[in-house]
Design a protein around this ligand. Structure first.
Ligand code: SIN
Length: 322
């Protein structure tokens, strides 16, 4: 399936990807949670030069206000947040996604607070006219009392087993960061048993804590100040998870690399580690949707230095020193 859009850049470098039969004319998109809560924000990503797709805010069955108080803060090496899944409901994002699915291939993200929530939402999407890609977010660290499902390998298997009995549209999962080689092996062993179209790795590094030196308080209010870390601080963890999963997952399962993108070299590094698409969170929050065109041009510059004219030439080609 080939999609065209109105902001074709005069770039001779090929920066495309394909997932589940969808062709992406550009490889960048927003990270779920950033610039994707309202239709006004989503429209800006849809129209942004350099953005090849968008993902909607992870939805719950009903609208949620999210966590109260200051719930996002910039910090020296990125950001900390505990948003708590504020969103306008699955119906809201499903309607938007159906209305715009002919413009670009789109990701509809869902994050139920229980297995039943997730299965109910997947049933609704299955029955709908949406024909894009669905991201099942198993990794939100910010809902008080709800652990990240992606750290529970048995529950992850159970949800996917039940989901694939009826869900026939392209489905992927948004994963938390893993920090142990044994856990890369364990999650890959689960995911490889299902016909997943993609994984998105990583969600924020859950439950960090940052202090505001002026006030000696935590930087954010929810959960006693504990929140997900994003931005530059997340880059090595994101690279490791993209690389570790690319080495273990079936080749049919594509990878959206998320975490630590500030410039074109960061995008390049995620692709080198195996990312098909790259999503941008903290820097999009800080800079706005013009970030995509900047990153695209910086990536092209980096590729020229290395004499590449197609991202496919270096995707997954990281060399090691042993
Ligand atoms: C949030 O809404 O708390 C962030 C979403 C996520 O981390 O999945």
């Amino acid at each position: 399936m080939q999609f065209t859009h109105t902001h074709k850049e005069n770039i001779m470098t090929t920066m495309t990807a394909s997932i589940a039969g969808f062709t992406f004319d550009d490889i960048l998109l927003n990270a779920a949670g950033v610039y994707c809560q309202t239709t006004e924000e989503l429209d800006q990503i849809l129209e942004a030069p350099g953005a090849g797709s968008l993902v909607t805010k992870s939805a719950t069955p009903m609208e949620r206000p999210g966590n109260p108080g200051v719930r996002y803060a910039d910090m020296a090496l990125g950001s900390i947040n505990s948003m708590g899944l504020p969103n306008l409901s699955l119906d809201y994002y499903l309607e938007y996604a159906i209305a715009h699915q002919a413009d670009k291939p789109l990701f509809l993200s869902i994050a139920g607070l229980s297995k039943d929530d997730n299965l109910q939402m997947l049933r609704e999407i299955q029955a709908s006219d949406f024909n894009g890609l669905v991201e099942l977010n198993l990794s939100c660290p910010n809902v008080p009392g709800k652990p990240q499902t992606g750290y529970d390998f048995d529950t992850t298997r159970q949800i996917l087993t039940e989901a694939f009995t009826f869900f026939k549209k392209p489905l992927g999962v948004k994963l938390p960061p893993y920090f142990d080689i044994a856990h890369f092996d364990m999650i890959a062993a689960v995911l490889n048993d299902f016909p997943l179209a993609f994984v998105n790795t990583i969600n924020s590094i859950g439950n960090g804590l940052m202090v505001n030196p002026d006030t000696d308080t935590a930087m954010i209010a929810p959960k006693g100040g504990f929140g997900g870390l994003g931005g530059a601080i997340a880059k090595p963890t994101a690279l490791a998870n993209v690389r570790g999963l690319r080495q273990r997952l079936n080749p049919e399962i594509k990878i959206i690399g998320t975490g630590g993108v500030k410039d074109g070299r960061d995008v390049y590094d995620l692709i080198l580690c195996g990312a098909d698409l790259v999503s941008v969170g903290t820097t999009l929050h800080q800079e706005g949707p013009t970030v995509f065109n900047r990153l695209k041009h910086e990536l092209e510059t980096e590729m020229k230095v290395k004499a590449y004219d197609d991202v496919a030439q270096f995707r997954g080609q990281l060399q090691t020193l042993d």
